[in-house]
Structures are given as structure tokens and as C-alpha cells.
Design a protein around this ligand. Structure first.
Ligand SMILES: Nc1ncnc2c1ncn2[C@@H]1O[C@H](COP(=O)(O)OP(=O)(O)O)[C@@H](O)[C@H]1O
Ligand SMILES: O=COP(=O)(O)O
Ligand SMILES: [Mg+2]
Length: 566
């Protein structure tokens, strides 16, 4: 295989065009944009309103999800960008919508989230760093609520907040594990009431979810006001409205709510907006970006984080339900290295060992791929497997996967080389998806009815998607569920918080684990977002850095050229 230059080097070689030119073919004009430099813009609220009211038929939604990944990720974002380029390469009108990266992984294990190779959104270094400031705005908005909450307690606590029942931590956009559990208010009378607190990653904040699900400024303000920040001594909910934070928070988010528009390496417009992770949050970009993109294209290609047990499940049951949307087809990204990772029952991942050709290990990993295919077919949507080819993959290994999909699973599959070749490398995949959409006779259906009891909804996800035999609801979680029903949140969809390293709740279990029980530790309401969150075992809402973080290999030289960003 040819040595592919780094993502950053490839991105630097591309002559990008002014964003005002890039968006013209889809019918957007300069008046629809607020420019952030000449390569990046936000869509104005007027443009969003105009698109929302247009008679134009919505484009078909193609969801890109994946099998259970190695810690490096198997190429959903690369495939989303590459597939969008492929559709345009075939003369189709397709747009991408992806999430904006968090600085946590950028400086940690996974690196950036702007795609890779010849399938990236640009300018990748801006998108992966400060971009248009949305993550900073969300972090400030989140922490303004926390600041006003503790100030309320300090200034007399008229709302009778129970300091041991504060639900709203601090947030930071950095994988700083040392801040997971903190004590605040030390220093005596002047600083306030000492109490336990902690930080979560901004991607895990309900503020992020609210931004991703809001229709417009009015809806955003409504949702922010409903956020439950604590409970009082009687156990009643205390909201952002109660502590009078809503207006100021919404002001901080007034620009972040507008979706960002950039371009792919091949000059296709792409929406990059919102960034919830799929293990600790709902895992997909904003609805406002999806809605705008669908009014501007015949195909919207969008991703949901981690494996289909996380991002795709939430996309189907939460995002599509709340957004009145349904996927026309699903692309399930598989990689030879992830199949070997499962086939070798490897934990932790030894990426060097995964480079050795081993078609038997690939075959042994099919168990995980098959579980994801089965789960996705359960939603009544056509599934096409994309074998995202990495440089070291052998043709024998790739063919084994394609044959397995066609002969054993009876579904279409395509080798994708969009990383090394850009759009041309996804033409076969694009054609198979268009055929799957045209010939589809199934009907999309949710996994559960929201009016079912909370425990029933959790069991449906655990047993039908994760493969658990049963669910154990801890006594605290049972109290939580009772309180949810009392507070009137019983009819909300559920967002599970679970490890992404396994279909099960045990990161070390590969393949399709059976004979296990899912334990639920806690259930709490994201009343602003409009869903419940169910926590399983030790999912880290504030990840940590690895022993050799990506940050340690970054540098910038005198003329501003960056190195080590990937
Ligand atoms: N076909 C490929 N060849 C080489 N590297 C790839 C390929 N596909 C993805 N990558 C790299 O692997 C990492 C994960 O890709 P990404 O698209 O971010 O995965 P996901 O979105 O599923 O987490 C990125 O660094 C990306 O550049
Ligand atoms: O939420 C996680 O997203 P990726 O799988 O794209 O890293
Ligand atoms: Mg990604």
C-alpha cells in the first residue's frame, strides 16, 4: 500500500474555495450565511426558517453507524464524508452532517473527528480546535448554570435546595479525569457551602443535548428553562428557570445554535454542528443541521457515534422520534482490524497485532458484525455493510467480509476506499445504497413505545440490542424510576450510558456476549432535552488521557504549520 500523507498534510494541500461559492449549487446565497473567515460560515436563523417552510421534499436520510470499534474508531466519520463525496461524484445531490469534535479526544486517544485521508471536512485544524466557538459557548453556558446554582445557595437558598441533591456538575472540554470528583465551597464563610461536585465533558452535558434537539431560539430557551439542576428538601425539582439562569444561558448559546457550514476535500458543502458522544449522550449532530441539509439535498448522510448499539439505537429511538425523521437506509461500517479485534477476543486492543494478516481471525469476528446487522434490520431499514479498507488489509481478508455479508447474511456489502481515494472510492457503496432505498419494502419502526413503563423500555434496549438476558435495577435506580414517574417523565425515550468497547456493559467482552445481566445504577431526567438517561456500570462522563496522549506529539512551527493533529 502507498504511504498516505497525514490527514493534516492532505488537508493543507487542498485549494479550498470560498464557502459562499461552495454552497451556491445547493441554493444558498451569501445572505444565508454569517461568515467566520472565508472557509467557514453559520446558517442564519432566517435561512433556517425559509428552508423549514419550503415545499421542497426532504432528502433521504442515510445513517452511518458501525460495529463495536477498537479504541481508534473504524471510520464512520471518514465514511460519512467519503460517501457524501461519492454521491456527488456520481452526479447526485448529497450533503453530509457530522458532529463537531471535542478537544478531549483531540488531545487524547482518538484524535480529531473531521474524517481522514481524502475524505475530510475542511479546514480540519480549525474544526478540530476552536472552530466557531460552539464548544466554548456550551462550556460557559453549562458553567453559568452551576455558578448561579451555588450562588443561590450562598445567598440564602430561598429555594431550599438540598445540597446533597444537586444534579448539575461543572463541565470542561478536556479529558481531565482529576476533575471527575471534586469538593467545592472550601475556604470558609466567604466562599459558600462546602459540597461534593465534579466535572463532566461538555459533550456529555445536557446543554449539548438541548442545543442538538432545539428547533430555534424560542425552543432553545424553553428547553434550557426546563433543565433540572437540583432537588429541594421536599424532593421537588429545581430548574434553570427557578434559579433565573435561562435568559443568560440562552444569550450565551444564541450563535452556537446556528449550524456550521464547511466543505469536504472535494468541495461538497457539509454541516458540522453539535457534538454529543454516543456512549455518555445521544451521539449525533443537531436536528437543526439535519433539517436544513434535507431541504437542500436529495440525500443527507449523517453519522451516529460508536457502534450501532449506542449511536444508531439512539438515532432511531430518540433523534428520529423527537425530530420526526426516519432513515431510508443504514451504512454499517466494518473494518478488518475491528473484526480481528473481536475474533482474537482481544482486550485491551493491541493495534500492532491487528496489522498481521489473519483471515481466520476476521471470520471469528463476524459474530459482532452479525449482531449489529440483526439489530439494525430490526428497525425495518435496509442495511448495507461498508468494509472500510485500511492500508494493511489484504484482499483475502476484505473478500471474506464481503462474501460473508452476501452469502451468509443475504445483504449487500461494498468495499470502501474513500480514505485513500476520496469519493471515487465510495461509488460502489453509494450505488448499493441507492438501490437499497429504491427497492426497500420494509417499514421503519421504533424499538419501543414511549408510553411503555421505563423499565420495559430499558429492558427492550438491553435484551434486543445489547443481547443481555435480563436487567437488574439497583435499589437507588428503582427509587429514581419511581421519582421519574411521579415527576411526569415516564413517557420519555431512554438514552443509555454504556461502554462503547463491547455490546455488553463489560468492556473486555468481545463478539456478541450472551448469558449476562445488565445492571442499571441510576436513572435521571434530561428534562430540557426530553429524554431519560440510564447509567450502567462505570461509564466515564469525564474520560481521562492515555499514557501517551496525542497532545504530547503535537507542535507548531514559526510559520504556524501544525504537526501531530490527526
Ligand atoms: N480506511 C482508513 N485507512 C486509514 N485510516 C483510517 C481509515 N478510516 C479511518 N481512518 C482513521 O481512523 C480513525 C478513526 O476514523 P473515524 O472516521 O474518526 O472513525 P469513527 O468516526 O468511527 O470514530 C481516524 O484517525 C481516521 O483518520
Ligand atoms: O460518540 C462517538 O463518536 P465516534 O464513534 O465517531 O468517535
Ligand atoms: Mg467519528
Amino acid at each position: 500500500p502507498t504511504e498516505v500523507p497525514t490527514d493534516y498534510e492532505i488537508a493543507q494541500q487542498v485549494e479550498t474555495r470560498p464557502i459562499t461559492e461552495v454552497v451556491e449549487p445547493v441554493g444558498l446565497t451569501e445572505d444565508d450565511l454569517e461568515l467566520y473567515g472565508d472557509e467557514t460560515a453559520k446558517l442564519t436563523f432566517d435561512a433556517i426558517e425559509r428552508l423549514r417552510n419550503s415545499e421542497r421534499e426532504d432528502g433521504d436520510v442515510i445513517l452511518v453507524t458501525g460495529m463495536t470499534p477498537t479504541p481508534m474508531g473504524e471510520g464512520k466519520t471518514v465514511t460519512t464524508v467519503g460517501l457524501t463525496q461519492a454521491f456527488n461524484h456520481l452526479g447526485e445531490n448529497a450533503l453530509a452532517a457530522v458532529r463537531e469534535p471535542s478537544l478531549g479526544p483531540v488531545f487524547g486517544v482518538k484524535g480529531g473527528a473531521a474524517g481522514g485521508g481524502y475524505s475530510q471536512v475542511l479546514p480540519m485544524e480549525d474544526i478540530n480546535l476552536h472552530f466557531t466557538g460552539d464548544l466554548h459557548a456550551l462550556t460557559s453556558a453549562h458553567n453559568l448554570v452551576a455558578t448561579m446554582l451555588d450562588n443561590h445557595i450562598k445567598q440564602g437558598n430561598d429555594l431550599d435546595i438540598d445540597v446533597n441533591r444537586v444534579q448539575w456538575p461543572r463541565a470542561i472540554d478536556m479529558n481531565d479525569r482529576a476533575l471527575r470528583e471534586t469538593v467545592i465551597g472550601l475556604g470558609g464563610e466567604a466562599t459558600g457551602i462546602p459540597r461534593e461536585d465534579g466535572f463532566i465533558l461538555t459533550a456529555a452535558s445536557e446543554m449539548m443535548a438541548v442545543l442538538c434537539l432545539a428547533d430555534d431560539l424560542a425552543d432553545l430557551e424553553e428547553r434550557v428553562g426546563r433543565i433540572i439542576v437540583a432537588y429541594d428538601e421536599d424532593g421537588d425539582a429545581v430548574t434553570a428557570d427557578d434559579i433565573e439562569a435561562t435568559g443568560a444561558v440562552t444569550i450565551l448559546l444564541k450563535d452556537a445554535l446556528k449550524p456550521n457550514v464547511v466543505q469536504t476535500i472535494e468541495g461538497t458543502p457539509a454541516f458540522v454542528h453539535g457534538g454529543p458522544f454516543a456512549n455518555i449522550a445521544h451521539g449525533t449532530n443537531s436536528l437543526i443541521a439535519d433539517e436544513a441539509a434535507r431541504k437542500l439535498s436529495d440525500y443527507l448522510i449523517t453519522e451516529a457515534g460508536f457502534g450501532s448499539d449506542l449511536g444508531a439505537e439512539k438515532f432511531m429511538n430518540v433523534v428520529c422520534r423527537l425530530g420526526g425523521m426516519e432513515p431510508a437506509a443504514v451504512t454499517l461500517v466494518a473494518s478488518v482490524r475491528a473484526l480481528k479485534y473481536h475474533g482474537k477476543d482481544m482486550w485491551p486492543a493491541d493495534l500492532d497485532a491487528l496489522d498481521e494478516a489473519d483471515v481466520e481471525a476476521v471470520r471469528a469476528g463476524f459474530e459482532n458484525l452479525d449482531a449489529h446487522v440483526r439489530n439494525l434490520q430490526g428497525f425495518g431499514v435496509p442495511v448495507v455493510v461498508a468494509v472500510n479498507r485500511f492500508p494493511g488489509d489484504t484482499s483475502e481478508e476484505v473478500e471474506a467480509v464481503l462474501d460473508h455479508c452476501r452469502e451468509d447474511l443475504g445483504i449487500e456489502a461494498a468495499e470502501s476506499t474513500v480514505f485513500e481515494e476520496g469519493g471515487a472510492g465510495g461509488a460502489d457503496l453509494a450505488e448499493k445504497l441507492m438501490t437499497a432505498i429504491e427497492t426497500n419494502e420494509e417499514t421503519f419502526e421504533f424499538l419501543y413505545d414511549v408510553t411503555a413503563p421505563i423499565e420495559t423500555k430499558i429492558e427492550a434496549i438491553a435484551t434486543e440490542i445489547y443481547g443481555a438476558d435480563s436487567v437488574s435495577i439497583g435499589s437507588d435506580a428503582r427509587d429514581d424510576i419511581e421519582r421519574m414517574d411521579e415527576l411526569g417523565f415516564g413517557d420519555l425515550p431512554v438514552v443509555m450510558s454504556k461502554t462503547f468497547h463491547s455490546l455488553s456493559d463489560d468492556a473486555s467482552k468481545k463478539g456478541a456476549p450472551t448469558g449476562w445481566d445488565l445492571e442499571i445504577q441510576e436513572v435521571y431526567p434530561s428534562a430540557g432535552a426530553g429524554f431519560l438517561v440510564a447509567l450502567t456500570s462505570d461509564v466515564l462522563t469525564l474520560p481521562g488521557l492515555p499514557d501517551d496522549p496525542a497532545a504530547a506529539n503535537m507542535d507548531i512551527d514559526d510559520d504556524g504549520t501544525v504537526s501531530g493533529l490527526f
